[in-house]
Design a protein around this ligand. Structure first.
Ligand SMILES: C[S@@+](CC[C@H](N)C(=O)[O-])C[C@H]1O[C@@H](n2cnc3c(N)ncnc32)[C@H](O)[C@@H]1O
Length: 291
């Protein structure tokens, strides 16, 4: 048969065919079904890293294909989050080169080694809430700043004047430095490396706002937080894990404690229910105005 009477049918093979199928099928679950017999129903994405839950069996997975199907370049498995004070990440990278990711959220770019530090997706609403507060011109102490979960929100979206950021974990400090550069706000942040029970002492009387972002409890720095506030007072955000039946009682007692110890009037301005931490325990943030 002469060529001009023939019809050419493109035949795609291997990775090219997979990419073609992925474009055709918009639902990532459907894409995984093309590749895996029992695809997982849930995963998380940080930048170009896809993270599957603790215990996911990936033994027979064609990892490169899974990454392509989910638009990722790296794959990791989540372990238990370290319960130690440094909250080290327990991610195990099973495909791809290194753990550094750039994760965009609420108009801020976070840069961190996901295998070295934690990034709690469950706290997304709290990060957004902090970014939406009226903090223009404020001096803020972020007592447990980590990689800049709130610090970067205050400086980029909230237009805070300066954040004094305390952190004990060198991996988090490196990530924070990169995040500050990436968001062009390095000159608006001073980092204090070490235990905040030492570093916060030098921040006496300077702050309009103090963030106490540590769970299960930030109690060890409550007194130091009061000491950081300006003479006229300011706002303190107290994070705590609280039993779901005791939230109101805890908020009342904590407000009373801050009134007594500050010698001023502590007023509850907001109570935020961030997430479930474990059965019956909620991660709560109490916003107090001290004046
Ligand atoms: C749970 S993380 C912060 C999480 C963040 N608030 C969020 O919403 O995702 C707490 C951070 O406080 C740091 N940290 C814990 N104890 C500290 C201390 N005594 N002094 C300074 N930093 C501390 C940890 O290294 C960690 O980066």
């Amino acid at each position: 048969m002469p060529y001009k009477e023939m019809i050419a049918i493109p035949v795609l093979d291997g990775e090219l065919k997979l990419k073609f199928d992925c474009v055709e099928r918009h639902n990532p679950h459907e894409r995984l079904e093309l590749i895996l017999d029992e695809p997982p129903r849930r995963w998380e994405k940080l930048g170009d890293m896809v993270i599957f839950q603790n215990g996911t069996d990936t033994t027979d997975w064609p990892l490169e294909k899974v990454a392509i199907a989910l638009g990722a370049k790296r794959i990791a498995i989540q372990g238990e989050i370290d319960s130690g004070i440094r909250r080290k990440s327990q991610l195990e990278l099973i495909y791809g080169e290194d753990g550094w990711v750039v994760h965009r959220e609420n108009f801020v770019e976070y840069e961190f080694d996901a295998t070295a530090v934690m990034f709690s997706s469950g706290n997304v609403t709290e990060r957004r809430r902090m970014g939406e507060l009226q903090t223009e011109g404020e001096i803020i102490v972020d007592a447990y700043c980590g990689i800049g979960y709130y610090t970067l929100q205050f400086l980029t979206r909230g237009k805070a004047e300066h954040v004094h950021a305390c952190e004990i974990n060198p991996d988090s400090i490196l990530a924070l430095s990169k995040g500050l550069q990436r968001n062009f706000v390095s000159d608006k942040c001073t980092i204090y490396e070490g235990d905040n029970r030492d570093t916060m002492k030098q921040l006496s009387g300077i702050a309009d706002r103090v963030i106490l972002g540590l769970i299960p409890s930030s109690m060890k720095t409550w007194g130091l937080a009061i000491n950081c506030l300006k003479q006229e007072g300011g706002v303190i955000h107290v994070h705590m894990n609280v039993h779901e039946d005791e939230i109101e009682e805890w908020a009342e007692k904590t407000t009373e404690w801050f009134s007594t110890v500050s010698g001023k009037v502590a007023t509850r301005i907001h109570l935020e229910d961030v997430k479930q931490y474990c059965p019956r325990i909620r991660h709560i943030v109490l916003d107090l105005k001290i004046s």
